[in-house]
Ligand binder design. Structure first.
Ligand code: SAH
Ligand code: SF4
Length: 361
């Protein structure tokens, strides 16, 4: 059998590793910096674009390395053209979803960190599909580079990233944080650390580790309920890491970093949008350096809940204000293109399943 070598995925390498690789190939260190520039400043898609490299190096890169982003399985733009969602299919068949949201001044990307998710939150389309695997650094960074390339053609760039696509970022801690380091590298993509938000379901040991590392990248915690009974019903992870322990970890993060903690709350009619839940949340966060994002539920196929009415949302917010707790109501973008977490993949796989059904069956 032929022992053909796997091509080297350049997006998986740090600058040091790339420098090491090119040194093995007899190239001077500045060549690695040139390649790095092509990858992270010019978002090159092909080695042929790297015109300032000697021809033999380009040829060797072409034969031994790759710049994979994945196949585009599906791409959708919302009716107003401001939101675009792409479903990438990886060589092993897994899907990755990424959403670009254009605001007046910002271009925010919502990226995935895992294919599927192991946390099983009942209202979440990704949770409903289960866990497939972690994404590599290359797969996380690749989502950003794809859109950076597309925006560059319009002389625009990615200004913000939220890790709120498929998956639990802190369950894939090392790759997620390596991707953050890559994207904030001043010699490369150079996005400000504060422009990236990591959203977590509340993995306590990981939150504490994150606090100890004194990272500048903001953290958001998906709380969604203020009593253990209610939260365990919505987020099974709460049975392992209950609210009191989670709040201890959050206070530890705030104390260690001096940064405020954002809490996410998907408002579900008659479930967690009650006066009682609002009061309990107010009591929980009173006096803390915290902010709450209220997001009316985005309905999903596997969960019967409905979004709260605007009146309930307003009342919930009013109760929080009474405790001195600040909050923002967020409108989910791109509902018409299944831009909610995990929903596009869900639709795509189900549609395909339907279209491959044998009509004689
Ligand atoms: N796993 C991480 C990040 C991805 S989910 C986390 O859970 O925080 C990003 C956010 O979307 C989370 O706050 C999550 O609870 C929320 N979310 C998931 N499904 C939703 C839905 N159907 N409607 C509203 N918000 C949802
Ligand atoms: Fe996973 Fe987040 Fe969805 Fe929960 S809400 S299942 S943690 S992606």
């Amino acid at each position: 059998m032929s022992a053909e070598k796997e091509p080297i995925n350049l997006y998986n390498l740090s600058l040091d590793e790339l420098t090491g690789l090119l040194a093995q190939w007899g190239q001077p260190a500045f060549r690695a910096r040139q390649v790095w520039d092509w990858l992270y400043r010019h978002y090159a898609a092909e080695f042929a674009e790297m015109t300032n490299l000697p021809g033999d190096l380009r040829a060797r890169l072409t034969s031994e390395a790759t710049l994979p982003i994945g196949e585009i399985a599906l791409s959708r733009r919302s009716a107003d053209g401001q939101t675009k969602k792409v479903l990438f299919q990886m060589p092993d068949g897994q899907f990755i979803e990424t959403v670009l949201m254009r605001y007046e001044k910002r271009r925010t990307l919502c990226i995935s960190t895992q294919a599927g998710c192991a946390m099983g939150c009942v209202f979440c389309a990704t949770g409903q599909m289960g866990f497939m695997r972690h994404l590599s650094v290359a797969e996380i960074v690749g989502q950003v580079l794809y859109f950076a390339r597309e925006l560059a053609a319009e002389e625009q760039h990615v200004t913000n990233i939220v890790m709120m696509g498929m998956g639990e970022p802190l369950h894939n801690y090392d790759n997620t944080l390596a991707a953050v380091d890559r994207l904030t590298d001043p010699k490369g993509f150079n996005l400000g650390a504060r422009k990236i938000t990591i959203s977590t379901v509340g993995l306590i040991p990981a939150i504490r580790r994150y606090a100890d590392e004194q990272r500048q990248t903001p953290l958001a915690v998906s709380l969604h309920a203020a009593t253990d009974e209610e939260r365990s019903r919505l987020l099974p992870v709460n049975r392992r890491w209950p609210i009191a322990d989670l709040m201890d970890a959050c206070r530890y993060y705030v104390a260690k970093t001096g940064r405020r903690m954002t809490f996410e709350w998907a408002l579900i009619a008659g479930e967690n949008d009650t006066e009682e839940q609002a009061n309990k949340l107010g009591q929980l966060l009173r006096g803390m350096l915290a902010h709450v994002n209220l997001i009316p539920l985005n309905p999903t196929a596997g969960y019967g809940g409905a979004p709260s009415s605007p009146e309930r949302v307003a009342r919930f917010q009013e109760v929080l204000t009474g405790y001195g707790v600040t909050s923002t109501v967020r409108v989910r973008r791109g509902i018409d293109i299944q831009a909610g977490c995990g929903q596009l993949r869900d639709r795509h796989v189900n549609d395909r399943r339907l279209s491959t059904l044998d009509p004689s069956e």
